[in-house]
Ligand binder design. Structure first.
Ligand code: ZN
Length: 266
């Protein structure tokens, strides 16, 4: 059974861009709440943040104001919570966090991201020995440049940044990576939904997100003892976002997109 990590502080209005709004996570929770157990995380500690970022980076984010700082440390904490939960339960977890994180590097941020939620979470588990080897798949439309920078010389983490404007190639790249993946202790997914047909990428439908979830979930059960967590990155059409995330979550837990079983025809 999948668990959702969410904190009501993710609905905090702060202005980093016209499109990165609280409506994004409201749409997701509107779809997921009631379907899954929801767990509230704690904020990441400074020690957690400093494994991925420089002290100067933390100072810069603090200067963005209280609303941004407090939401961003809770988003990083949400990713840690999700990673720890799946490490313990061996069941999939989806962290519906805001702000996103994959553009945040060691000492820079932008693209609506402040702390690299994925890197902060995996470095916490690598640090205390909960996991020794990890894999990250980033299927956001944009490059996970921050994640790539933080893990570039870290042999403990394999990183696939999926990028293609073409649907078949996009999905094939994920399938190929997962097929070739050696056994790892945990799989992290930087789950951005801006490749959606009705979003900026104009490419993937909800069935594709369901299929991607299914591929990742199956691989996690075979090669990572079922340990898989996804952290929300992009996706900017609130009306569609909840449905796309739900489709992905259903796939991740190995379930059909719809519970409705068609009646047998004579
Ligand atoms: Zn994006």
């Amino acid at each position: 059974m999948l668990t959702v990590v969410f904190h009501k502080a993710y609905l905090t209005p702060y202005s980093t861009g016209a499109v990165e709004t609280p409506a994004r996570v409201r749409s997701i929770m509107g779809k997921l709440q009631g379907c899954y157990e929801v767990v509230a995380p704690r904020a990441a500690s400074k020690d957690d943040l400093l494994r991925a970022h420089t002290p100067d980076h933390l100072t810069q984010v603090q200067l963005e104001g209280k609303a941004v700082w407090e939401t961003a440390v809770l988003a990083a904490g949400g990713a840690i919570c999700a990673a720890r939960l799946t490490a313990q339960t061996q069941q999939p977890v989806f962290a519906a966090v805001r702000p996103p994180g994959h553009h945040a590097g060691r000492n820079r941020y932008g693209g609506f991201c402040f702390f690299n939620n994925m890197a902060v979470s995996l470095l916490a588990l690598l640090h205390d020995g909960t996991v020794k080897r990890a894999a990250v798949i980033d299927f956001d439309m944009h490059r996970g440049d921050g994640t790539a920078e933080i893990f570039q010389e870290d042999a403990r983490c394999l990183f696939l940044d999926v990028s293609s404007a073409e649907k078949e190639h996009f999905v094939e790249t994920i399938a190929y990576f997962l097929d070739a993946l050696p056994s790892v202790d945990i799989i992290g997914v930087s789950a951005g939904f801006d490749m959606h047909l009705k979003d900026w990428g104009g490419c993937l439908c909800n069935r594709d997100y369901h299929y991607i979830g299914r591929l990742v979930g199956e691989t996690a059960r075979r090669k990572a003892s079922g340990r898989v967590f996804a952290v929300l990155e992009g996706g900017y059409l609130p009306h569609e976002l909840g449905k796309a995330v739900y489709a992905f979550c259903r796939g991740l837990e190995g379930k059909e997109l719809s519970d409705v079983i068609p009646s047998a025809r004579p």
